[in-house]
Design a protein around this ligand. Structure first.
Ligand SMILES: C[S@@+](CC[C@H](N)C(=O)[O-])C[C@H]1O[C@@H](n2cnc3c(N)ncnc32)[C@H](O)[C@@H]1O
Length: 262
């Protein structure tokens, strides 16, 4: 563990970036302690560049983890957020919501992505940040999920990705650190086809998040030093691979689709 002042310096170096001015306003310890993967606020801010959010909209944050993106979206855009997650209990998330003073706009719930209890057509937007790839890669899931969107509503995700699609293959230079579940990382073109083939949505946007690999690298460099002990070795090894790859094969994808109608 580094000293307190060098920890603060490192957090500032890795969690503040001019590309994400909104996220920079949030307490760095709060961000780091509650993030469950590469900077969720950066993913949310980046998605908000391509997914319009307006005050009063009803938004589902699916796989919200510790709900920091739900808090961020409610505060930054004035939206009403249902913060839904499987592994993190709503009571824990409610504490963070209360501390943020957002009791009127963020509602934490326990939810399994395949067994949602919401009214059909309820949400204006569904977002999923570093979570959709856990449950959304099968052919039937999109059709299920968009039942909960109103006609004209939008689904937006930001998840780890491959730049190209060579399904079942592993980039040779990443082989040593490639976990089996990284096969859920797909390219923007893969996501576009995966959603459009259903003819249930129109994909409005699908790209690699600009410098997404660099943002991911910053996160791994930070967790390699300041993260939980059991993460450090893996983070350090993956950081080396991300640096070697330099965005050729992996990064983050943003995908936004609109449900027809309205
Ligand atoms: C890597 S964490 C990301 C959490 C949060 N979005 C963040 O970036 O900090 C993935 C999240 O997906 C959620 N998740 C995974 N499978 C799920 C499922 N079947 N239904 C609902 N949530 C799920 C987990 O509970 C977990 O919090």
């Amino acid at each position: 563990m580094t000293s307190s002042s060098s920890r603060q310096t490192l957090l500032a170096e890795k969690l503040i970036h001019p590309q994400f001015p909104r996220a920079a306003n949030y307490d760095l310890e709060w961000q780091f302690q509650n993030a469950m993967g590469p900077n969720p606020l950066w993913l949310a801010e980046s998605l908000s560049e391509v997914l319009e959010l307006a005050p009063g909209m009803r938004v589902l944050d699916l796989g919200c983890g510790r709900a920091i993106t739900s808090i961020f979206l409610a505060r930054e855009f004035g939206v009403q957020v249902v913060a839904a997650d499987l592994w993190v209990q709503p009571h824990d998330n409610w504490q963070r919501v209360v501390e943020a003073g957002l009791e009127a706009t963020v509602m934490p719930v326990h939810a399994e992505a395949h067994d949602l209890k919401f009214a059909h057509g309820y949400f204006d937007a569904i977002v999923s940040l570093d979570a959709y790839h856990y449950f959304g890669t099968d052919d039937l899931y999109l059709g299920y999920l968009i039942q909960f969107l109103r006609p004209g509503g939008r689904l937006g995700i930001a998840v780890p990705a491959r730049t190209d699609e060579a399904e079942g293959t592993v980039p040779a230079h990443l082989k040593d650190e490639w976990e089996w579940d990284y096969h859920s990382f797909h390219s923007p073109e893969w996501w576009r086809k995966h959603w459009e083939k259903t003819r249930k949505v129109h994909v409005e946007h699908a790209d690699m998040l600009p410098d997404g690999w660099l943002h991911w690298l910053r996160w791994e460099q930070l967790t390699a030093i300041e993260g939980p002990a059991e993460w450090r070795e893996g983070s350090a090894a993956w950081a080396v691979k991300l640096a070697e790859d330099a965005g050729r094969s992996v990064g983050f994808v943003r995908v936004v689709a609109r449900k027809p109608g309205a």
